[in-house]
Design a protein around this ligand. Structure first.
Ligand SMILES: [Zn+2]
Length: 159
């Protein structure tokens, strides 16, 4: 297994944790010199915090681990293309590279709606790779929303 897939599997493990908690299943890990130094999964519902996205939590953990806000030698792996907030955090933390699994047609800003992390007007440029374990990352989200729709339908019908 190549290392991109290996780390994306770890991000998927985080996404599964979110799934089990009834959160939209998105997971992320920060890798520094071959070591995972930050992990995070979406916790928006549980924490009732709008900013509790997987990437933010993984970046915070990596900052704590290194005792440094700069993550220059680190890479982020995330199952879904980052949103504007997380793209901002990726630029501010000076991450070297991000790899995401599947694109986000509604909020992705690493190439889909726009490309914030590779806009040369900012003072930091991030390498981007996409499509690693794309099907698995997308399938997990699809399953989650199908389940959610089913539950909402059952609720309406009073089952
Ligand atoms: Zn985000």
């Amino acid at each position: 297994m190549d290392s991109n897939e290996k780390y994306m599997r770890e991000a998927l493990k985080e996404a599964l944790k979110a799934f089990d908690l009834g959160e939209v299943p998105i997971g992320a890990v920060v890798v520094c010199k071959g070591e995972i130094i930050g992990r995070g999964h979406n916790r928006r519902e549980q924490s009732k915090q709008a900013i509790a996205h997987a990437e933010i939590l993984a970046i915070q953990q990596a900052n704590d681990h290194l005792g440094n806000w700069r993550l220059e030698d680190c890479e982020l792996f995330v199952t879904l293309e980052p949103c504007p907030m997380c793209s901002g955090a990726i630029i501010l933390s000076r991450l070297k590279k991000i790899t995401f699994g599947t694109t986000d047609l509604k909020a992705g800003t690493c190439g889909t709606l726009m490309n914030l992390v590779q806009d040369r007007r900012f003072n930091h440029y991030v390498e981007v790779e996409s499509g690693v374990l794309q099907e698995e990352c997308a399938m997990l989200l699809k399953e989650f929303f199908a389940l959610l729709r089913l539950r909402n339908k059952e609720r309406k019908q009073g089952i």
